[in-house]
Design a protein around this ligand. Structure first.
Ligand code: SF4
Ligand code: SF4
Length: 236
């Protein structure tokens, strides 16, 4: 059985005049306002995906690894994996055999699970080498969960294509007021090289046992080993 209509009008509610009760004049007033805005104001939307949005340099898209001269800049320190809140990063290190290389280690493999990644930028924040940065890519699609795990082949991006972000980081990172010492400096990233020089000096003078710990030996330790089940070089 239908209920009894109840008037819920409050005391202060404005009474509509005759034209407002007709509705149509108000509708045309609204349309005139929309049309005026359409013609006079710039458009704030894009025809995606035909027209792609170019994010600003501060945008945090999917994380990528910086590639320099065909190799990852990453020294495989594992800091980003430790800092990653949803544990999206996994990697395995290996020693670099090239004696001319400025690095002691590099990733044997490196993976980011893009389904877990929350684009927080913590990995970029903690990386001492600026080897992982947030790109401008935001349109990721996958056909399955396995496809969402990106290896080195999909993570490595040449540094020349990341200059926007690298320049932005140099400009914007650690800009605390009255704290010049904390401002980002490129030569801060050479700490691993400085450490190696210091350890080499120690090894050459009075602490030869260091050769088997932090310092890469003259004969590569890892040459005869595979990474699966191999003993740590610290055990040698
Ligand atoms: S952006 Fe955040 S969630 Fe994504 S890989 Fe980096 S630390 Fe992990
Ligand atoms: S923090 Fe940087 S250098 Fe260290 S493992 Fe991650 S990407 Fe590589």
């Amino acid at each position: 059985m239908p209920g009894v209509p109840k008037n819920t009008k409050t005391e202060n509610e404005r009474n509509l005049n005759f034209w407002e009760r007709l509705y149509l004049p108000e509708i045309f007033k609204g349309l005139r306002y929309s049309f005026r805005k359409m013609v006079r104001e710039p458009s704030y939307t894009t025809e995606y995906p035909d027209e792609l949005w170019e994010p600003p340099d501060s945008y945090r898209g999917r994380p990528v690894l910086v590639e320099e001269e065909g190799k990852p800049r990453c020294v495989s320190c594992n800091l980003c994996a430790k800092a990653c809140p949803p544990m999206a990063i996994a990697m395995q290190s290996r020693e670099v055999d090239d004696p001319n290389s400025s690095k002691e280690r590099e990733p044997a493999w490196f993976e980011i699970n893009m389904l877990r990644c929350i684009y927080c930028g913590f990995c970029e924040e903690v990386c001492p080498e600026e080897a992982i940065v947030m790109s401008k890519e935001y349109d990721l699609t996958f056909h399955g969960r396995d496809e969402a795990i990106f290896g080195l082949d999909r993570l490595l991006v040449p540094a020349e294509r990341l200059t926007d972000r690298l320049d932005y980081l140099e400009e914007a990172r650690n800009k605390q007021e009255n704290a010049d010492a904390w401002q980002h400096r490129k030569d801060n990233n050479l700490h691993s090289l400085r450490d190696r020089k210091y350890v080499r000096e120690l090894a050459e003078t009075e602490m030869p046992e260091l050769k088997n710990t932090h310092l890469r030996s003259e004969t590569p330790i890892a040459a005869a080993n595979t990474w699966e089940g191999r003993p740590s070089s610290d055990d040698a």
